[in-house]
Design a protein around this ligand. Structure first.
Ligand SMILES: [Zn+2]
Length: 320
């Protein structure tokens, strides 16, 4: 996730110390990479710094060397929130600021190594491309580079997408930052849009688009030159592609059928409970209420005699 700003490293160290229970932070240096962390995350900091210091392959960029960068490791969401002064969304597990070449990671993220790869991809892209790119492209590119394919799998189970509710690219930018509920599908859709950009080039690669952007072409012009489509027509083609790939049929195959079965079973159980409650209430009408004294004498409902001889015989466990 890009677009977040950090302060100078000395100030940062002091802030990290305050944010992380007033314990002195430590700095681990591996080549051009400095990782700042709480002592409990020292080994994680070293491992992540070693990974970040290696040259790495990124889609459309080839091999990228990391250059000087800082990685700050917060032990949890509260510590991360303190470091960025409450400006980070609660669901965020990683942030990158290309301007200061700083990455902020949560140590308790489900897959911190993949998150690091995602943030490194943001830096690598912005190292090469200096023109402004849309947020959906930035996030979709980083998702692709980090191999977040499970996100695309999640789209198969998204009923809204299966029913054809694919947002416009402009709205996708807003959904990428809106809420935990919208952000998962939004990242997946952004990835699918970037994959579609590559697929629309005759070579099926992203390099031509990245090269155009690196040369200074505006984003719309680069899309037109490498896909033959204006951004508006590309958007139409992408939305059609998503609608044809993710349908109610694929939703059912991916597991939606089980959702329907589970819903039907729950509804049937609810209906039967309501029906039985009504039948029990009807059977209880006119049934004598035992004398409290009888109960005190140790008589239960089942052994109490009817108040009047010849009274109704009640089936206490009526069957349907
Ligand atoms: Zn990102």
């Amino acid at each position: 996730m890009p677009g977040w700003r950090v302060m100078a490293i000395p100030v940062l160290l002091a802030t990290v110390a305050l944010a992380q229970a007033r314990t002195e932070p430590i700095a681990v240096r591996v080549g051009p990479v400095t990782a700042v962390a709480w002592p409990a995350q020292r080994e994680l900091a070293r491992t992540l710094a070693e990974v970040a210091a290696r040259p790495a392959e990124f889609p459309g960029l080839g091999t990228s060397t990391p250059g000087v960068l800082s990685i700050i490791i917060a032990r949890n969401g509260a510590a991360l929130d303190s470091i960025v002064g409450g400006r980070a969304p609660s669901w965020g597990v990683g942030f990158a600021d290309p301007a200061t070449r700083t990455i902020l990671l949560r140590a308790d993220a489900p897959d911190v190594h993949r998150t690091l790869r995602h943030e490194l991809a943001h830096l690598a892209l912005h190292d090469r491309v200096r023109v402004r790119v849309p947020l959906w492209f930035d996030e979709g590119y980083a998702g692709w580079a980090a191999g977040e394919w499970a996100r695309l799998g999640g789209l198969e189970l998204n009923l809204a997408v299966a029913r054809g509710a694919v947002p416009e690219l402009r709205d996708l930018d807003g959904e990428l930052r809106r809420s935990p509920g919208s952000v998962g599908p939004a990242y997946a859709l952004a990835m699918s849009a970037v994959l579609e950009l590559a697929r629309r080039h005759p070579d099926g690669r992203l390099d031509p688009l990245i090269n155009r952007l690196a040369a200074g072409d505006e984003f719309d012009a680069a899309v037109q030159a490498t896909t033959g489509l204006s951004l508006t027509r590309f958007e139409d083609a992408w939305r059609r592609s998503v609608r044809s790939r993710y349908t109610v049929a694929t939703w059912l195959v991916a597991g939606g059928a089980w959702v329907l079965v589970a819903t039907a079973v729950l509804a049937l159980g609810f209906w039967r409970r309501r029906r039985d409650r009504g039948r029990r209430a009807a059977l209880d009408e006119g049934w004598p209420i035992p004398d409290p004294d009888d109960q005190l004498n140790g008589q239960s409902d089942e052994t109490a005699e009817p108040a009047e001889p010849g009274g109704p015989v009640l089936d206490r466990n009526p069957r349907p």
